[in-house]
Write a protein that binds this ligand. Structure first.
Ligand SMILES: Cc1cc2nc3c(=O)[nH]c(=O)nc-3n(C[C@H](O)[C@H](O)[C@H](O)COP(=O)(O)OP(=O)(O)OC[C@H]3O[C@@H](n4cnc5c(N)ncnc54)[C@H](O)[C@@H]3O)c2cc1C
Length: 437
């Protein structure tokens, strides 16, 4: 399929920028614009922008494991990983006693990654073995096994976005525009998408609109039962020079029991996070394109604190993993948003009901690592030449029951499901007030 000349990409995160990079190489005569709501790229509130993202080929699905291995090759051996954008420190994946989902995910992922990484990967069938690979994580670590992959690493996520933007600026083929899309613009048939309407009422027209708006997509198109935006808590703390030196080379640890993970610190800043079902933030908004109808969907809201329960969980995890930091105050917290699909598969496809609209989203908390290779796959999908396996995985999904869909079910998530962010924040405030009375 040949691509039309005028292409508008909405969203300047991993999905949007990687698409722009690929289009600028493969379709240099196309007129490509990236439209981004944030005044800056990197957008500090975007899901692609943070101190770090894990880069791993550790997947229970062989298709993602292979794609991740291709991406890792680029992080390791090309400009993508240079100037501190990629560090290979290893990843220690552990599961607790009795967590059959976590164990199953870990073992499948071990077998896939073992084929790709060979000697870099070691099975750790007991707690003793886990502690041998990660002695920093003391004997209180409540795990019964796992494995370590010394071939995994992490990326400085903000630096990666900055790098992609710089490539595009230097190349000069893609135009950038700041503006917030309010809705899609439809043709006379009310189906074909012909551009977008911005918050200031102006319009931008295009032959093809690529929606790469991450967790904000849920109010621009009807994704009910197909994608849900879930807020994930992050916390950061300052550490001393001595702690920085000691912890800088530890492997990232991801505990399937709690979802907690700690990345090696950089610039005296340590981050702790949780790969969980997270929190929903329900809002009632108009159903896009359906006059007068409304729907309740979860989507991001800026500058919310993390719930007190999450701070407590972080403290518990630190007590287990790096006890000397357990009581250190956090200097910053943040809620960062996943765009979760039922099985964790991205949605990268032409919209079945709206000619002129292409959807590239559904990162499901694992999209960042693919930055160096994702754009080519997205453009393959736009052209209709994507490999069969990926095409089937990333097709427009059959919706699941919204009432029970609280996040990706791929065996890697932990924690309670369907917690409402603002309710949980309020509970913490109430408890604080009660304890000060
Ligand atoms: C806490 C956290 C931890 C993660 N950890 C990992 C990890 O360890 N490894 C990994 O591989 N992946 C990880 N991920 C997932 C990965 O970061 C995401 O899959 C990826 O960054 C999503 O990119 P995106 O382009 O879809 O979204 P974004 O980066 O959010 O980009 C979307 C952009 O669209 C813009 N936009 C939205 N609405 C509009 C509008 N109406 N008009 C104009 N612009 C708009 C936004 O401003 C935003 O900049 C993590 C994600 C989070 C949140």
């Amino acid at each position: 399929m040949t691509l039309p000349p005028k292409i508008l990409i909405v969203g300047g995160g991993v999905f949007g920028l990687s698409t722009a990079l690929s289009l600028s190489k493969r379709h240099p005569t196309s007129q490509v614009t990236v439209l981004e709501a944030s005044a800056t790229i990197p957008n500090p509130a975007g899901s692609s922008v943070d101190t770090s993202r894990i880069v791993r080929a550790d997947y229970s699905s062989p298709v993602y494991a292979k794609l991740a291995a291709d991406a890792i090759e680029k992080w390791r051996n090309t400009e993508w990983g240079q100037e501190g954008r990629y560090t290979q420190n290893g990843l220690l994946l552990v599961y607790p006693d009795g967590d059959s989902n976590g164990k199953d995910y870990a073992l499948k992922s071990y077998h896939n990654v073992k084929k790709l990484e060979g000697k870099n990967v070691e099975l750790l069938p007991s707690q003793e073995d886990v502690l041998r690979a990660g002695p920093a994580f003391g004997p209180n670590l409540g795990v019964s096994g796992g494995y370590v992959n010394w071939g995994s690493g992490w990326s400085d996520a903000e630096a990666g976005v900055r790098f992609a933007k710089k490539q595009l600026d230097e190349d000069g083929k893609v135009r950038f525009q700041t503006g917030e899309v309010q809705s899609l613009l439809h043709g006379a048939d009310k189906r074909t998408v012909t551009g977008v309407v911005l918050a200031d009422g102006t319009t931008v027209t295009a032959d093809l609109v690529v929606l790469a708006t991450g967790a904000w997509s849920t109010k621009l198109i009807d994704l009910r039962g197909r994608a849900v935006s879930t807020g994930q808590a992050l916390a950061y703390m300052h550490i001393t020079d001595e702690e920085q030196t000691r912890l800088a080379h530890m492997p990232t640890i991801l505990n399937f029991a709690t979802g907690m993970f700690i990345l090696p610190p950089r610039n005296n800043l340590l981050k702790i996070a949780c790969h969980a079902y997270g929190y929903i933030n329900p809002k009632t908004v108009p159903v896009p394109g359906a006059n007068g109808k409304s729907m309740t969907v979860s989507f991001p809201e800026p500058d919310l604190p993390i719930p007190a329960r999450e701070e407590h969980e972080f403290r518990m995890a630190l007590k287990q993993l790096v006890p000397e930091l357990a009581d250190r105050p956090f200097c910053k917290t943040r809620v960062c948003w996943y765009t979760d699909t039922p099985k964790g598969d991205f949605i990268i496809t032409h919209h079945p009901d709206h000619p002129g609209l292409f959807v590239a989203t559904g990162g499901s908390g694992h999209g960042y690592k693919f930055f160096p290779v994702l754009g080519d796959k997205i453009v393959d999908a736009m052209e209709g030449s994507l490999d069969k396996e990926l095409r089937e995985m990333w097709a427009w999904p059959t919706p699941v029951d919204e009432a029970t869909f609280h996040g990706t079910e791929d065996g890697s998530r932990s924690g309670p499901k369907g917690l409402k962010l603002k309710e949980e924040i309020a509970k913490g405030k109430k408890a604080q007030r009660a304890s000060s009375l």
